[in-house]
Structure formats: C-alpha cells, structure tokens
Design a protein around this ligand. Structure first.
Ligand SMILES: Nc1ncnc2c1ncn2[C@@H]1O[C@H](COP(=O)(O)OP(=O)(O)OP(=O)(O)O)[C@@H](O)[C@H]1O
Ligand SMILES: [Mg+2]
Length: 373
C-alpha cells in the first residue's frame, strides 16, 4: 500500500495521521455527500472531506462545480440528498442552521438594508435571545475586530462594498462560531482591498483559531491562505491537499491545468517497459504504475539552454511564436519537434530573444510530474 492509499483509507475512516504518527479524529467529517436539486442531475456527486479543528481550508474550482452547494449543506441551508456531515463527532443533519453554531458569509453577503451595522452584527445574538447589554457589547467588539468601530450607526447603503463585506464578516463571527464558512467573500473588491482583507481574515483566523472553509475562484488566494485546498470539478473533489502538493503534484490533469500554468506531454510506456514522451523520445524517469500519463512541466521550470553538459536535462529545439512580457518575467510560446510549449523565464534572461527566433529550451528530467491518464 502506498502512502497515498494509506491516507485515502484513513480519510475514509475519518482519521488523519497526527504529527507523531498517532491517528486523530477529524473535527468536521463530510462523508459521501450528494446533492441533487431536481432529483436527476447531481450538483454534488459524493464528496468526502475530513477537516481538522482550527484548519483553514479553501474550496477552489470553476463556476458551477458545487462549492456553494457543499457549503450550504454544511451550514444547514440545503438538505443533502445523501451522505453525512459530522461536527465534533455528532451528525448535524437534524440540527437547524441557527443551532449549528456555524458562521457564514454568503456569496452575495446580503446585509439587512434597514438595520445599522451594529444591528446587523447583533442579529445572530438576538436570534439566540441574548440580553441586550451583551448584544451591544459583543456587536461593538466584533465591529472593532474588523476595523469598523466608528461605523456602528451606519446603514449598509452608507457603507462601501468593502465595509459591507466586513460587517458581514463581523456578523458571522459575533456568536463565536465553531466553524466559519466564507463564500467568495472578497469577490466584489478591488485588488488592494482584497489583499488587505486576505491579511485581515488570516489575522482573525490566527487570533480565534476558528475552523474555516473559504470558497474562492482565485488560485493565488487559495495558495497563499490555506492549510489545505479542495479542488472541485463538476460536483466532485479531485484533490484535497496542502497548496504546494496541489501545485507540484497534482493528482489529476484537471488539477494540473486549473492551478497554475502548465505544459502537458503525452507519455506512454513502451514494450521494453521504459517511458517515452511524444516529441522527446525515451524518458529516464522512475516509472509509476500505468501505461499512459500526462507529463506535466510548469513553464517556470523551463529555461533557455545556452550550451554545456546536458546531464539530467531534457533539451529541445524551440521556435518562438509569441513572446508575452510580464515585466518581471517573459512567457515564450511556441514549439518544435511536434511539441507545443510555454516557458516562463526571468526578464533579464530574455533581452536577446525575439519572436521568430529558434533556440534551445531545457528542463531537469525530475521536474516532470507524471499524472496517470
Ligand atoms: N438552488 C438551486 N437550484 C437548482 N440548481 C442549483 C441551485 N443552486 C445551484 N444549482 C446548480 O448546482 C450546480 C452547482 O452550483 P454551485 O452554486 O454549488 O456552484 P459554485 O461552485 O458555487 O459556482 P460559483 O463559483 O459560480 O459560485 C450548478 O450547476 C448550479 O446551476
Ligand atoms: Mg458559488
């Protein structure tokens, strides 16, 4: 059994290996979750995830891949068609949303328009019938936490989009939830405000240690903020792993193509058992099981070959069809030997390269990651 198999098997039992090798029970266990809105098509097709207490997990995937639907089932606003969700060992299907102690910021973060910021934030506590003085104090504290202490008396229409966003965040935090669900909370913000809020959300996560699920389309956001990323495609999770694993060792071709820029080469096993890549010939790589693979090479792993001992490098002749300048780096798009390639090189190494040039590109053999086809 490989390490991956063993992890998959323990995940299926709701266990994960702790740092000292002991098995710890997951805090939020999502098991074989299915959702069909119309009884025919499946928006979520059997998702299983084990999330640890205090973990920051991102759901990353294209539009319509089932991220919001999964979140709404965890929050209790949608009923699963099949499967189970356990929180702290307890099945939460029969528990109504307001008794789950789960805070949620919705994709459209709807605030109550006729209430002030403080009233919006205090609302979950009024639902829980807390005394008025406690509600006032905790709403004040939650607004201060998101940097809006001076805006308590304003109505949503008197606040900017980013401020409304922070009110929604304060409202999700005010009752000290066990789990915080954030559905693309920064989608409507400009780049600077977005980066500022990313830092704020991470700070709040660090301070409060709340188990958090963060939905985003934005791979950079998922890469920089998360302990682990669940990559969604068509109602299923294709990989659930730490950001660098997802980037360097994608489990499927979809993940490799969705996260980061990529080159895929067709790799097949020859009759002699060795691996061959179309356009490249024999590959001197440790061969995993299987006969066909997608060989993934990230564009930034490819450089311009200026001569010397080939050693562990694959070297190919390449004609530049297009050159895209990003300022700090340059993307070379082109091909040769029947291969299409994209190479991203530092700007300072590209000053003598022009469209139409034929040159040699190289990468280290071990930088190719093989994905079973
Ligand atoms: N209330 C609903 N009734 C019927 N179908 C729905 C409903 N909500 C979502 N769907 C469908 O379920 C699928 C998954 O939708 P979901 O909202 O979970 O996607 P998403 O990953 O959150 O997408 P986005 O990134 O665009 O927000 C889509 O095909 C969508 O059209
Ligand atoms: Mg959504």
């Amino acid at each position: 059994m490989t390490a991956l198999d063993s992890r998959a098997n323990s995940a299926a039992r709701g266990m994960l290996a702790g740092e000292n090798g002991t098995m710890t029970k997951a805090y939020l266990e999502i098991r074989d979750l299915v959702k069909s809105y119309d009884g025919w098509q499946k928006a979520v097709r059997g998702i299983s995830l084990d999330i640890q207490k205090g973990e920051f997990v991102s759901f990353l995937g294209p539009s319509g891949s089932g991220k919001t639907t999964t979140l709404m089932m965890v929050a209790g606003f949608e009923k699963p068609t099949a499967g189970s969700i356990r929180l702290g060992g307890r099945e939460i299907a029969p528990v109504p949303p307001h008794q789950r102690n789960i805070g949620m910021v919705f994709q459209n973060y709807a605030l109550f328009p006729h209430m002030t910021a403080a009233e919006n934030v205090g609302f979950p506590l009024r639902m829980r019938k807390r005394p008025a003085a406690e509600i006032a104090k905790r709403a004040r504290d939650a607004l201060a936490m998101v940097g809006l202490a001076d805006f308590a008396g304003r109505q949503p229409r008197e606040l900017s989009g980013g401020q409304q966003q922070r009110v929604a965040l304060a409202r999700a935090l005010v009752f000290e939830p066990d789990v915080l669900l954030l559905d693309e909370p920064l989608g409507a913000l400009d780049k600077n405000l977005r980066e500022h809020m990313q830092v704020e959300i991470k700070r709040i996560h660090r301070e409060l240690g709340i188990t958090t699920i963060y939905v985003t389309h934005d791979q950079t956001e998922a890469m920089t903020m998360s302990d682990r990323i669940a990559v969604f495609s068509q109602g299923a999770v294709e990989q659930f792993a730490p950001p660098l694993d997802v980037y360097l060792r994608p489990a499927t071709r979809f993940v490799g193509g969705f996260v980061g820029d990529s080159n895929f080469l067709d790799v097949t096993r020859g009759t002699d058992g060795g691996l061959t890549a179309a356009g490249l010939g024999a590959l001197d790589l440790p061969a995993p099981e299987g006969d066909r693979f997608h060989g993934l090479i990230r564009p930034e792993a490819i450089g311009v070959w200026r001569g010397g001992e080939a050693g562990e490098h694959c070297i190919v002749s390449f004609t530049v069809e297009a050159l895209v300048n990003y300022g700090d780096s340059v993307l070379l798009i082109g091909g040769g030997h029947g291969l299409s390639l994209r190479a991203r090189i530092p700007f300072v190494q590209a000053t003598d390269i022009h469209e139409g040039n034929t040159l040699q590109l190289a990468w280290r053999r071990r930088d190719m990651h093989l994905i079973p086809a």
